[in-house]
Design a protein around this ligand. Structure first.
Ligand SMILES: [Fe+2]
Length: 201
């Protein structure tokens, strides 16, 4: 299949997202998706998994009330193929967005299930990292992540219900999802930070 090139996907993302926090989140989910592709035996498709991760929240900054509903239009305009659009929209499956609509695009492919499961969790893990003296995931232990995960007041915007539904869709224990996503973020943190610095400069 002929997909949008990674650099074109990044340009498209930057057309609709200016907030460095959103850029960092997109780059994080891209890197985590690539890590998972390699880990789960989809190494040949790693860049493709990454592009879906990079673009998944493309409509969130400008159209938060229509998250996952506005995305197809923006992506089609940018020349993105329908399979990637399906992947992007499926990360909102079952979620009712602010405008009142519930996203009905179901994650089918394993790539889509991983995106659904890992997206919110990367937000929670990064919030936990920022509370550490190191401000890093690299020295974070699973035990301390679990503690933060269980603490309801912590990163309350990161829905545990969505994360747990994501693990279930994959047929994974929550522990496996936490372990692997923390590992993915620790392994890719330096490259992500380097890209964020280039963006912010
Ligand atoms: Fe996201």
């Amino acid at each position: 299949m002929n997909h949008i090139a990674r650099e074109d996907a990044f340009e498209l993302l930057k057309k609709y997202n200016k907030d460095p926090f959103h850029i960092q989140h997109a780059l994080t989910v891209e890197a985590v998706m690539k890590w998972y592709a390699n880990e789960l035996g989809y190494g040949d498709d790693a860049e493709y998994w990454g592009i879906v991760g990079l673009l998944h929240d493309i409509d969130f900054e400008l159209y938060p009330a229509e998250h996952c509903l506005k995305a197809p239009e923006l992506l089609r305009e940018g020349g993105v193929s329908e399979d990637i659009i399906h992947g992007v929209c499926s990360h909102g499956y079952g979620i009712t967005v602010e405008c009142g609509e519930t996203i009905d695009v179901k994650p089918e492919h394993e790539m889509e299930k991983v995106l659904f499961a890992a997206d919110e969790l990367t937000g929670l893990i990064w919030a936990a990292a920022l509370m550490r003296p190191s401000k890093s995931t690299k020295d974070m232990e699973l035990k301390s992540l679990k503690k933060k995960y269980k603490s309801k007041g912590f990163a309350a915007g990161c829905s545990r219900e969505v994360i747990e539904r994501g693990a279930k869709q994959l047929g994974w224990e929550l522990e496996k999802l936490l372990t692997m996503t923390l590992q993915a973020m620790a392994a890719t943190e330096d490259e992500i930070q380097a890209e964020v610095e280039v963006y912010s400069a």
